[in-house]
Design a protein around this ligand. Structure first.
Ligand code: GSH
Length: 194
C-alpha cells in the first residue's frame, strides 16, 4: 500500500502512527502541497478533495480522510474497542477532533508555523477555539490515562497528532497539565521522540 502524505502534516502522521504500531508495511510518497501536487489530475483521480493523506491500496482502491483510513487499517486490532459503546465513544472523539480541534489547532499551526504569518494577521478566534478544545481535553483527562477505557485507542492517536505540535500553533500545554502528561504517555506508547 502507498501512503501519499506530507511529513509535517499531523493528519498524515495519524496514518503512520497506526501502520507503525500495527506493523503494517507501506511505501510513503511525499507530496509537496506548495507545488500544487494535490491538484494534478492523477492526484484528483485518487482523491477529488485534493488532500493528503490519501492511501492507495495494492488492489487499486484509494481511501482518503485520516480518521477513515485509521479505522480501516486498524480494523480488528486492539486500537479499536470491541465493546460497541466504547467504539461509539472512540468515534465521538474522532468526530470531535475533526470539527472542534483540528480546525483550530492545525489551522492556526498552518498560518503561524508553516506560512509564518505574524499573530496580527491570524484570525484571533482560532486561539479561543483551540484553548476551548484543549480545555475539553484537560477536563476529560483529569482522571483518565486514555480517552476511552483504560487503553490506547484511535481516539488517542488522532488527538495526539496535532496536540503534540500545539506549541507550533501558539498554544502552551503548561496551561493544560493533564493534556501535557497524556501527550508524553502516548508518545511513549508510540515510541515517538518528544
Ligand atoms: N479532514 C482531512 C483533512 C486533510 C487535510 O486538510 N490535508 C491537508 C494537509 S494537513 C491538505 O492536503 N491540504 C491541501 C489542500 O487542502 O489543498 C483529513 O483528516 O484527512
Amino acid at each position: 500500500m502507498t501512503i501519499y502524505g506530507n511529513a509535517i502534516s499531523g493528519n498524515c502522521h495519524k496514518v503512520k502512527f497506526v501502520c507503525d504500531r500495527l506493523g503494517i508495511p507501506y511505501r510513503w510518497v511525499e507530496v509537496d502541497l506548495s507545488k500544487g501536487e494535490t491538484r494534478t489530475s492523477a492526484f484528483l483521480a485518487m482523491n477529488p478533495a485534493g488532500q493528503v493523506p490519501t492511501v492507495m491500496f495494492d488492489d487499486g482502491r484509494p481511501l482518503a480522510q485520516s480518521n477513515a483510513i485509521m479505522q480501516y487499517l486498524a480494523e480488528g486490532s486492539d486500537l479499536i474497542p470491541t465493546d460497541a459503546f466504547d467504539r461509539a465513544l472512540m468515534n465521538q472523539w474522532l468526530f470531535w477532533e475533526q470539527y472542534s480541534h483540528e480546525t483550530a489547532i492545525a489551522v492556526r499551526r498552518y498560518y503561524a508555523h508553516i506560512l509564518k504569518k505574524p499573530d496580527g494577521e491570524i484570525d484571533p478566534s482560532l486561539i479561543e477555539k483551540g484553548k476551548r478544545a484543549l480545555g475539553v481535553m484537560e477536563g476529560h483527562l483529569a482522571a483518565r490515562q486514555y480517552f476511552v477505557g483504560e487503553k490506547l485507542t484511535l481516539a488517542d492517536l488522532a488527538l495526539v497528532a496535532y496536540t503534540r505540535l500545539s506549541h507550533e500553533a501558539g498554544f502552551d500545554l503548561a496551561e493544560f497539565p493533564a493534556v501535557k502528561d497524556w501527550v508524553r504517555r502516548i508518545e511513549r506508547d508510540l515510541g515517538l521522540n518528544s
